[in-house]
Design a protein around this ligand. Sequence first.
Ligand code: CA
Length: 633
Amino acid sequence: MNFDQYPTYSGNDLGMNWTAQQSVFKLWSPAAEGARLHLYNNGEKGKPSQTISLQKDNNGVWSTTLPGNVKGQYYTVQIQHKGQWLLESPDPYAKAVGVNGKRAMIIDLNETNPDGWANDIRPPLKQFSDVILYELHVRDLSAHPNSGIKNTGKFLAFTEYGTKNAKGLPTGLDHIKSLGVTHVHLLPAFDYRYTSVDETRLNQPQFNWGYDPENYNVPEGSYSTNPYDGAVRIKEMKQAIKTLHSNGLRVVLDVVYNHTGATNESVFNRCVPGYYYRQNPDGSFSNASACGNETASERAMMRQFIVESVKYWAKEYHIDGFRFDLMGIHDIETMNQVSDALYAIDPTIFIYGEGWTAGASPLPDSLKAIKAHTHQLRRIAAFSDDFRDALKGSVFNHTEKGFVSGRTGQEESIKFGIVGAIKHPQVDYSKVNYSKAPWTKEPYQAISYAECHDNHTLWDRLLLSNPEASEEDRIKMYHLALSMVFTSQGVPFIQAGMEMLRTKGGAENSFDAPDEVNRIDWDRKTKYASTVDFTQKLIQLRKNHPAFRLGTADLVRRHLKFLEAKEPQMIAYQLGFNAGNDPWTKILVIHNGNSEMKFFELPKGNWKVVKGIRSILGTKVNVPAISTMILVE
Ligand code: CA
C-alpha cells in the first residue's frame, strides 16, 4: 500500500489518555500486522508487568482500554511489520517518558502543574512588531560558576531570583528582565537523543544544542533534577515558564519537526515504518536536513502530528511562540495550518523559522515554506540572512566584512533589512545581496539579527574579519550592528550574551562543544558594562518610540523615507510618525559605516541629536565614525 493510500485518523486523542477510572491508548499504524502495548513498573529496567494485544480499527488505529487507575506506570508500543516484531518504543504522542525517553509514562498532567498554574497568563503583547527575541540555551544561562545560580543547567535556574556575578551584578532571570527583551527563545527543550546527552550520567560533563529530536511532546530530561521520574521534568519546565511569565517574559520553543535524531530507530519509524519521512526515488530516506532524514509534512498524519504537537505545547505548557528549525523543509500548507491552529488558541502566539533547507529535498520548491515564500505564510516570520550578512559579511566566508566592518556596496541590502523585507519604493531590489524581491507582506515577518547560536558570535567574527582594528573600533562596529538591528522595522533578535560581547573563543559550530565554550560568562557583564548598557538603551528606545516598530507595510511605506546620502557607507532615513502620546513625531536615523567622521546634510528643521539632546545649529551634522546617530525635531 502506498503511503498516500493509508487511511487517516483525524481525532485528537492519539496516544495515552489517562483518567482515574481508565486509560485509553490509541496508536495509528495502518500497515502494521499486529500491535501490542507493554506495561512496566519503571521507566528503564525490568521485564513488562503486562503485555496487551491492541485491537485494530479500519481507520488504521490500534487501541486498548486499561481499566482502573494505572497512573505512574511506564509503557512501550511494538508493532509487527513484514512478519517481524520491531523494537519497542514510546508512541509519537507520548506526553511523559522515563530516563532517555525509552519508555513512555502514564501520567496525570494536573499533578505536574506548579502552584498558581491555572492563573498563569501570557504577558501582554499588542502586535508582533513589539516582539524582542532573546535566544538562549537552557544550560548556558547557569553553567558558569560565576552565574550565582544554584540549579546549574536546569529549568529551575529560570526560577532563581537575586542571583549575582562576582561583582554583584544581576545574572540569570534578573538580568534578562532588566534588559527589556519580551521573549526568551529556548533552544530545543523537548526530549532529544541520549546519544547527544545521556540522561543517566548527568554527573559527567555533557553538552548539546539538542537538534536531534527523540520525543516531541516531552521536555528534555537532562534539564530536570530527576530524569528518571517522567513527571519531574514536566513540572520543572512549567515552573520555569510560570516564573518567566510572571516577570513579563514570554517563552518561545525552538521546534525541530523537520527531522528526527534517529532514522531507522526513530519513534516514528518504529511505529509506522517509512510513513513520516520523505524518500528518494530509490526508496532511501531523503536528507534535506543534513541530519540523515527529513519528515514529510505534506502527508496527512505528519501534518496533523505537527499541528497537534504545537497546540499541545501552547495549551499544556503555555508556550507563547515557536521557532521552526529548517522551516523550508515543511510545506506552506502545513505552516499555515500550524499558524491557524495557534491563532485560534491565542492570536498573539508568534511563529518564525529558518526559511531554508540544509540539503536537496524531493518536495517541489513551489511548496516549500522557504524565505522567498514568506508572503504566502500567514503571520509567520523568517530569519533575514540578507540583513545579517549585509551587516557583518557572509557566514560562509569568515573574513568577509559587512557594512559595520568596512565593506562598501551593502547599502541596498541594509535598506532592505531596515524596512523588514517589504516592498518599499526606495529600495533597489536588484542590488540586494540575496533576495531580488521583497519576501514579506508585513515587516514583522522579517527577523532582524546579526548573530544566533549558529556560526561565529558577532564579537568573534569581527576579530576574524577585522584583525587589524583596535578593540575600541571593533566595539563601535558591534554597537553599530546592534543599533541597526534594534531600530529596524523587522523583529529584533539577539543571542543571549550578545549584550556583553559574547565569545565562544572563535568556535564556529559549538553544538557539542563543552560548557566552557558555550556557557554565558557573567563576568563579561562587568567587563563590558558599556555594551550591556548600550543594548538596554537601544531596547528602551525601541519600546519608547513606536516609529521604530510601525507594524504594517503600509505604515512603513508611508512614514519611512530614505534620504540621499552623498557618501557610500552612509544610510539615512526619516521616520515621520505621530503615535499620539510620543513627542518624537519626526526622527532622523543616520548610520555611518565609514571609519571616519562624515558630514550629513540635514533636511530642513530644528534637529536635536538624541544622546544628551544637543541642538544642531546649521544645516549639517558630523556623524562620528562607525556609529548611528539619531536626531529628533
Ligand atoms: Ca533526552
